[in-house]
Design a protein around this ligand. Structure first.
Ligand code: ZN
Length: 173
C-alpha cells in the first residue's frame, strides 16, 4: 500500500467529471487500498479517487473504527430533508464552512468486489457521501456556499494560499 498525493484546489483534475468503473481490476483494488491508507494518513473521513488524480467514479469513507468502505459508481437515488453542518476538504486544507445539504439520502453503488448494494444514510454520513459524490462531478464544497461566502474564501486562498501545516480540527472530506 502507498500514500498518494492529494491534489489541491487549483489543480484542474478536481474540476473534471470522473468516468464510471467498468470492471474491478487488480489495479483498481490496489488503488482502493491506497486511497484508504491515504485517507487515514491525512486524517480524512472520506476521499474521492479524483482527489488523488484517479479519474474514476469511486470513493472511500471511514464509517467508524478506522474502516474504509468503498463505493464504486455511487448514485444518489433518493434524498430528503435538510441539514447544515461544517465541512472541510483534504483538497482545501485549512478551509472550513457550513454547507446546507439534504438530511438523508439513499445511495446505490458497487462494493469493492463489484457487488451492487444500496445504503440509506442520514446526518453526518449522508453529508460525507454527498461531499465525496460531488467530487466525482468536479464539484467542491465551496461551490455549495452562498456567493458572498464563496468569494470571500476564494479571495483568502488567493491572498494567503493554504496553511503549510493546517491544524486538524475540523472535518476533512
Ligand atoms: Zn473533499
Amino acid at each position: 500500500m502507498a500514500v498518494l498525493d492529494v491534489r489541491l484546489y487549483g489543480d484542474p483534475v478536481l474540476r473534471r467529471r470522473a468516468a464510471p468503473v467498468r470492471e474491478v481490476t487488480p489495479e483498481i483494488e490496489a488503488w482502493l487500498d491506497d486511497m484508504v491508507e491515504t485517507m487515514h494518513t491525512e486524517v480524512g473521513i472520506g476521499l474521492a479517487a479524483i482527489q488523488v488524480g484517479i479519474e474514476l467514479r469511486m470513493l472511500v469513507v471511514d464509517e467508524g473504527h478506522g474502516t474504509g468502505r468503498a463505493y464504486l459508481n455511487p448514485v444518489i437515488v433518493e434524498q430528503g430533508g435538510e441539514q447544515v453542518g461544517e465541512e472541510g476538504c483534504l483538497s482545501l486544507p485549512g478551509i472550513f464552512a457550513d454547507v446546507r445539504r439534504p438530511e438523508w439520502i439513499v445511495v446505490e453503488a458497487m462494493d469493492r468486489t463489484g457487488v451492487p448494494f444500496r445504503r440509506r444514510a442520514s446526518g453526518f454520513l449522508a453529508r460525507v457521501l454527498q461531499h465525496e459524490i460531488d467530487h466525482l462531478d468536479g464539484i467542491l464544497f465551496i461551490d455549495r456556499l452562498d456567493k458572498v461566502t464563496r468569494d470571500r474564501l476564494k479571495r483568502k486562498i488567493r491572498r494567503e494560499g493554504f496553511p503549510a501545516e493546517p491544524a486538524v480540527t475540523g472535518v476533512r472530506l
